[in-house]
Design a protein around this ligand. Structure first.
Ligand code: NAP
Length: 298
C-alpha cells in the first residue's frame, strides 16, 4: 500500500496563513509588525535564491523587511558593526545572516555577535543551551528541526514513547532535532537514537524506528528494507544528482529512495516539497514570536 504523503508545501501554507493572522493582530494591538533583516554578503547564486525566497515570504506576511546586501569584500569589522546597528534597532526583531560567508570572515564570530533575542535562526549558543534545557527556557528553535517537528505533529504522527531514529548529527539538523524530540512535553517524549558515520549496524537501528529522520546528505542511503512497515519517514536530504537541460534546473533527490520507500512506509515526505518548504516558514514563525515578546515586554 502506498504511504500517506506528508506535504511540507501544504503544511507551510497553513502555517503562513496562521502567521498572517498573527501579524494582523499585532498591527491592531501595537500598530507594529515584525521586523526582519536578511544580510547577504556577496552574490553566491544559491544564497541569493534562498534570500530572495525569505524576503518574498516576509513581505507577503506584511513584515517590515530589510534586505541588506553587502559586497563580498566587506571586512569582518564592518559586518560586525552592521550587526551591532541592527541589534540596537527597536524595529528589527530578527537578524539573519545568510551562510556561507566569504573565507576572510569568521562565520562563528558573526553568528555569535547577533543579539540572542533576535537570533531567529536559533544558532546562537545561548539559544542552543536553552533548547537543551527545554520547556519555558526555549526561545528560538533552529528552523529545519522545528519544521520537522511541525511536520510530525501536524501529520498526527504519534511521538509519545515512539522509537525515533535520526541519521545525521549536524548542529543545524540532527543534533537539535534529537534533543527536541526527546524532551518531556507535547510533540516530543520520544525515545531517540542519534546515528552517524560511526554507528554500527545502521540498518538495524533504522529498522526499529517508528519515525525515521534521515539528514545525512547521501542519496539513496536508506534502503527500502531498512524501513519498518508503517513507519513515518522524514527525508531531510537535498542532493543535486543531475541537471535537467529542458527546465535548466538541478535534479534533486533525498537520502531515501522515495518511489520504493513509499510502498513500505506509513507516511513519508517527498524531496522536494517535504522538509524544504518548512524551514522558511519556521524562520517567519520565530520572527513573529520575537516581535510579540519584544512588544509585550516594553
Ligand atoms: P552535514 O553537516 O554534512 O552532516 C551530515 C551528517 O550525516 C553527519 O553527522 C554525518 O556523520 C552523517 N552521515 C553522513 N553520511 C552518513 C552515512 N553514510 N551513514 C550515517 N551517517 C552519515 O549535513 P546537514 O547540514 O545536517 O545536512 C544533511 C542533509 O540535509 C543535506 O543533504 C542537506 O542539504 C539537507 N538539509 C536540508 C535542509 C532543508 O531545509 N530541507 C536544511 C538543512 C540541511 P558524521 O557526523 O559522523 O560525519
Amino acid at each position: 500500500m502506498a504511504a500517506e504523503l506528508i506535504s511540507g508545501t501544504q503544511i507551510r501554507q497553513t502555517i503562513l496563513k496562521e502567521l498572517g493572522k498573527d501579524v494582523e493582530a499585532m498591527r491592531q494591538k501595537y500598530g507594529k509588525v515584525p521586523g526582519l533583516v536578511t544580510i547577504l554578503v556577496g552574490d553566491n547564486p544559491a544564497s541569493v535564491s534562498y534570500v530572495t525566497l525569505k524576503v518574498r515570504t516576509a513581505l507577503e506576511l506584511g513584515f517590515h523587511e530589510i534586505q541588506d546586501s553587502q559586497p563580498a569584500d566587506i571586512s569582518e569589522e564592518a559586518l560586525l558593526a552592521l550587526i551591532a546597528r541592527y541589534n540596537a534597532d527597536p524595529d528589527i526583531h530578527g537578524i539573519l545572516v545568510q551562510l556561507p560567508l566569504p573565507p576572510h570572515i569568521d562565520a562563528t564570530k558573526v553568528l555569535y555577535a547577533i543579539d540572542p533575542d533576535k537570533d531567529v535562526d536559533g544558532f546562537h549558543p545561548l539559544n542552543l543551551g536553552r533548547l537543551l534545557i527545554g520547556g519555558d527556557a526555549v526561545r528560538f528553535l533552529p528552523c529545519t528541526p522545528a519544521g520537522i517537528q511541525e511536520l510530525l505533529v501536524r501529520s498526527n504522527t504519534p511521538l509519545e514513547g515512539a522509537e525515533v531514529v535520526v541519521v545525521g548529527r549536524s548542529n543545524i539538523v540532527g543534533k537539535p532535532l534529537a534533543v527536541m524530540l526527546g524532551q518531556k512535553g507535547p510533540g516530543a517524549n520520544a525515545t531517540v537514537t542519534l546515528a552517524h558515520t560511526r554507528t554500527r549496524n545502521l540498518a538495524d537501528h533504522c529498522r526499529r524506528a517508528d519515525v525515521l529522520v534521515v539528514a545525512a546528505g547521501v542519496p539513496g542511503l536508506v534502503k527500502t528494507d531498512w524501513i519498518k512497515p508503517g513507519a513515518t519517514v522524514i527525508d531531510v536530504g537535498v542532493n543535486r544528482i543531475g541537471f535537467n537541460p529542458e527546465t535548466g534546473k538541478a535534479i534533486l533527490s533525498g537520502d531515501v529512495d522515495f518511489e520504493r520507500a513509499k510502498e513500505v512506509a506509513g507516511k513519508i515526505t517527498p524531496v522536494p516539497g517535504g522538509v524544504g518548504p518548512m524551514t522558511i516558514a519556521m524562520l517567519m514563525k520565530n520572527t513573529v514570536r520575537s516581535a510579540w515578546s519584544y512588544l509585550e515586554q516594553r
